[in-house]
Design a binder for this molecule. Structure first.
Ligand code: ZN
Length: 143
């Protein structure tokens, strides 16, 4: 990865950490789940309002590190207004981008800001920080 791209990805993560989108309790949620990553101590709660098969709203609250919070913030931006199928595809893409075995190259123009999460792959101990919000979203759906 070029130095410029690395810095851009870092800026995206720092920005989401500083100004997390869709942050806070959603009171009239239809689904919720709590996630915990003991490796880092990240705790997150995800709230969803799902109507039929559409994600009308998604918010989160967290006591977690910058990578987890940024990933959660990006997730809320990506998943708002998506169908459950589209959301599942997005979850899978994040899993692929964070997979050390697949070692994929992220594409900012195609993947959007979640491309920045691919940079986390270099730090094996932090991968779970980035995947936690997405796993918690799935848990919320599963009840
Ligand atoms: Zn963490």
């Amino acid at each position: 990865m070029s130095e410029d791209l690395h810095n851009l990805y870092q800026d995206i993560i720092l920005d989401h950490n500083k100004r997390p989108r869709h942050y806070g309790v959603l009171t009239d949620y239809t689904h919720t789940a709590e996630g915990y990553n003991p490796l880092c101590g990240d705790k997150i709660t995800v709230f969803l309002i799902v109507e039929d098969t559409l994600i009308e709203a998604i918010q989160f609250e967290a006591a977690c590190c910058a990578i987890c919070k940024s990933s959660a913030s990006m997730m809320t931006e990506v998943l708002t207004g998506k169908t459950l199928d589209e959301a599942e595809s997005a979850c899978q893409r994040v899993g692929e981008l964070l997979s050390v075995d697949m070692d994929l190259t992220a594409d900012l123009s195609k993947d959007g800001e979640i491309a920045a999460l691919a940079g986390v792959r270099k730090f094996a101990a932090r991968i779970k920080c980035a995947t936690l919000p997405w796993h918690t979203y799935r848990s919320a759906l599963d009840g």
